[in-house]
Design a protein around this ligand. Sequence first.
Ligand code: AHG
Ligand code: MN
Ligand code: MN
Length: 339
Amino acid sequence: MHPRKLVTLDEFTIQETRKFPQATGELSALLRDIGLACKMINKQVRKAGLVDILGKHGATNVQGEEQMKLDIYANETLISVLQNSADCAGIASEENDEEVCFDEYSSHSKYVVLFDPLDGSSNIDVNAPIGTIFAIYRRTTSLAGHCRKEDFLQPGNKLMASGYVIYGSSTMMVYATRLGVNGFTLEPSIGEFCLSHPNMKCPDSGTIYSLNQGNSTRYEDGLRAYLEHCMENNKEENRPYSHRYIGSMVADMHRTLIKGGIFIYPSDSKSPNGKLRLQYECNPMAFLIEIAGGLASTGTGRILDIIPTELHQRTPIYIGSKNMVTKALEFINQKEPVA
Ligand code: AHG
Ligand code: MN
Ligand code: MN
């Protein structure tokens, strides 16, 4: 029997480009650059448990170099790789107050990238999965000049591509374009992301709900009623559902994409806009999950239709399997409990 042919991320993106005679390959190149940066981040993540031996983050190592915290390392790695890429005019990151518009030869490129360089960073100490989230927009400003803030403040419905890398029991990159969602697992022996999950679809229904239920006294009544619904016995509808919450959006969303379910980070009495950031957490996940057949809502409207006004703005989010999100929205938008 012939061994199964591996398709690498590079090969796959080139094949996708060939489907469109007018495509220039710039978006594909950018996805490969993000893949490269994440392989470099992965290398550091895999050593995270050794900090006591190799030196604490923030301390100085034997060569006299300062050890960087992983989220700062991840941020700087993404910035330096994208700065050297011919296809990225600038970036915005959770770790930078303002966007960074590149001066070098790439300043006239047509794309900008937004990212959360390390998502779920509080999970590093306990060896639980963490990730990187990214979003790619085509610029709206003239390519003759540098990119500007407005290039980064586009609604999610204008995304060209988005995705994440999960540093889990294996390392995977999952990304979406309008052509579909595909997942690539890092094959460590050759250092390549290889297509392992072609054409991913989020199941229409699931049996897992995911949110920080410890905050439930701060939630609105409608959401509390929905949580009661999730916990209720109903054999025909497979309830009670299971509750799973890792506390890394990437890890919780990766499970939601594969197994189905709902992930919620709602508004509450303490945080009226929720916690998660629109431009580099919620929009990229919403774009990906919608392409995979799921739904993503603020509770009152589609995440992807929000017109952003600030780089770091937050939004509540209800995201995942179509039927579960629809049901949750019925509860939260109705004063009377839903049957
Ligand atoms: P980050 O590590 O990038 O700051 O993001 C953490 C986020 C997200 O990954 C996760 O879903 C959420 O914080 C968890 O928040 P709670 O601890 O409030 O549940
Ligand atoms: Mn995050
Ligand atoms: Mn982060």
